[in-house]
Design a protein around this ligand. Sequence first.
Ligand code: FNR
Length: 361
Amino acid sequence: MTRDNYQNEVNEGQSDSELRLRKTRKAHHIDLAVQYNEQSQTDAWKDIRFVHHSLPELNEQDIDLTTRVADHTWSVPLYINAMTGGIDEAKVINQNLAEVARKHGLAIAVGSQSAALADTKVVDTYRIVREIMQDGLVLANVSGAVPANEAFRAVEMIQADYLQLHLNFPQEIVMPEGDRNFKGVRANIIEILNDSPVPVIVKEVGFGMSMELYAELAAAGVKVIDVSGRGGTNFAWIESRRRKDQRSVFEDWGQTTPISLLEAQRFMNSIEFLASGGIRTALDMAKALALGAHAVGVAGAVLRVFYKGGKQAVSDTIGTWLHDLRSVMLALGAQSVDDLRTMPIVVTGDSQDWAGARGIN
Ligand code: FNR
């Protein structure tokens, strides 16, 4: 939704039918993301390989999982990415995931808060995350097209530590009711950056990013980017299945997460990158960190574990991921996340072809 459309909606107030449509859409997104078979996506992480080194010279107890993102210290380099809010089912999800995030020291993002900006009755479906996280790290989430004053209301609503601005334009294009006017978003992001009370993170929703975009965002003053690449939750698939269409032309659109990080190499000193999109194992996490990410986000995989096994299963899975991440770091001799970020890696397959064609080395 562009800034002008958004402002009209806020000024006129949303009709009951629009609010209902939004709620139905949220419930469908959850249903379809739960049904979604990630295995149907090519696993681009197979293209990224570590080089085994037989003398790690490190003791497990010395491994430090802390990382830094825009001047905050995170106790682990893993966060639960933006998913939901605005309906009762979303409140239950947010509550349970926040409980697990709190237990394991993860940061957590709420889903797009536009529902709560339009209808204050649903604010508690997001605020529950702050209540449970207490002083833990919480990320607000709105579209990059939302006017600055509304974006800051979203931050205040949950006393967020960061503000995520999502860019989801292929998803809008696939939705019949989605926006078609994308002018003015860059200027809007600059306005938000200038006055934001908290660090701003520009994020994709699963279509990945390119070096041309990083250059544009760096020039605009963006300091933190979540590449959110292809390989996991696929909103082109979700939106076309929501309407029972056969296929969307966008189902194979965009850059995978490893490719989005390869595209980022030139910007590692000026921008802090976060990696999400198709992260399924601790090895994927380690590879994303080795490609330069400061932390790694997971959305769909956590939701599917929650629907299959409840909160305990999510907690067990995250416990296993963190344990396995330590094991990989131990084998590599990487004592810290910063060490991991400098480990040698080998890029093969499609990712190597892409990097060659784009002049990345
Ligand atoms: C999302 N995602 C998302 N992103 C965002 O910025 N705002 C949002 O409201 C949502 N909503 C949402 C709902 C559901 C059900 C899912 C599964 C995902 C996108 C998410 O944050 C992430 O960028 C992508 O899902 C890619 O990560 P995974 O799912 O492959 O780990």
